[in-house]
Design a protein. Structure first.
Length: 318
């Protein structure tokens, strides 16, 4: 029986092109020419025996076969990278002091730390979780080797001040967050929905009709961004719940106390992002960047940083 052996190098080009949304950008990121990546894709389709991509407007989209292969490609590359890291495990030891926001702790952190611990059993990891501004203070004080933090758009009062060895890993749109069980009709039945449907000049809404917000306590750059956005659109608001804990905030949102604001990344099952068409009167929100700060050149720190980047890229694609 003849076996088909997929080329891991080709699979990495395929996955990278899908992740960044352009195979031309993938070629630049991988240090190859666009023609080389194009040849790799042709080789992959030949090995698969079917089309993996089709035209969609001016770009390309995955076929059903391409979607299936993409899932396997991520698993194959992950296993390959883990195997290479395991072979080199004896070379790595020491401590990595890691800081990251709460919303990466439930979904991203366990998977990454599990893979890292298996590959590098002699490396100890110390994790600090909290608000981005608090983590930045720890990092700048020399208490963290590697940190992930959320940063608002450049030019806003809350955007991060310049720092060395900083990379943008993801840029994701912010969404209004509501309870997982609440859908369009149920959201419109909320007392505060009258604020969004009110006709200008019909009088001031009652205090209980103001848009209830569930936000983290200060320091939290999101608070100013959200309240300024609502005020610019003439929408009254009130602080319904404030906590230093993101988990507690999501519990408040799930119970219907008010609306939160976050990206889709790492949302627990009992809350969800509200689609724009469900409540059209809610104003649009900007994007937020996930930044990686790494002030150590030690091999174990760089290895963990790379694992986080790959995991986040996969999560974004999913």
């Amino acid at each position: 029986m003849a076996y088909t052996h997929l080329d891991l190098d080709v699979l990495r080009s395929f996955c990278t092109g899908v992740a960044v949304g352009s195979f031309a950008q993938a070629a630049d990121k991988l240090g190859r020419s666009p023609s080389a990546v194009s040849a790799q894709l042709k080789k992959l389709e030949s090995q698969a025996g079917t089309a993996l991509l089709r035209k969609a407007g001016r770009g390309l989209e995955l076929t059903e076969a391409g979607q299936a292969l993409l899932a396997y490609a991520h698993r194959l590359l992950e296993l390959n990278d883990e195997a290479v890291a395991a072979v080199r495990a004896s070379e790595l030891k020491g401590v990595v002091r890691l800081g990251l926001p709460e919303d990466l702790g439930e979904n991203i952190l366990p998977a990454v730390l599990g893979r890292f611990a298996r590959a590098h059993p002699r490396v100890q990891i110390q994790v600090s979780s909290g608000k981005s501004d608090e983590l930045l203070a720890l990092y700048e004080g020399g208490a963290l080797d590697l940190m992930l933090r959320w940063d608002l758009p450049a030019g806003t009062e809350a955007s991060a001040r310049p720092s060395s060895r900083v990379r943008e890993l993801l840029r994701l749109p912010l969404h209004w967050i509501g309870p997982a069980h609440g859908r369009g009709a149920e959201l419109c039945d909320q007392p505060w929905s009258a604020v969004l449907s009110a006709t200008p000049g019909t009088g001031r809404p009652q205090p209980w009709q103001a848009l209830p917000l569930v936000l983290l306590t200060e320091p939290c750059p999101m608070r100013g961004l959200v309240t300024d956005t609502l005020s610019r659109h003439g929408l009254p608001w009130r602080h319904a719940f404030a906590s230093a804990s993101l988990a507690a905030s999501w519990a408040a949102v799930a119970s219907g106390l008010g609306l939160g604001v976050r990206t889709r990344l790492g949302l627990p099952a009992h809350v969800r992002a509200i689609a724009a068409e469900e409540v059209p009167a809610l104003p649009g929100l900007p994007s937020m960047s996930l930044m990686q700060h790494c002030q150590s050149r030690q091999a174990q720190v760089l290895q963990l940083a790379q694992m986080f980047e790959l995991a986040l890229r996969d999560e974004e694609g999913a």
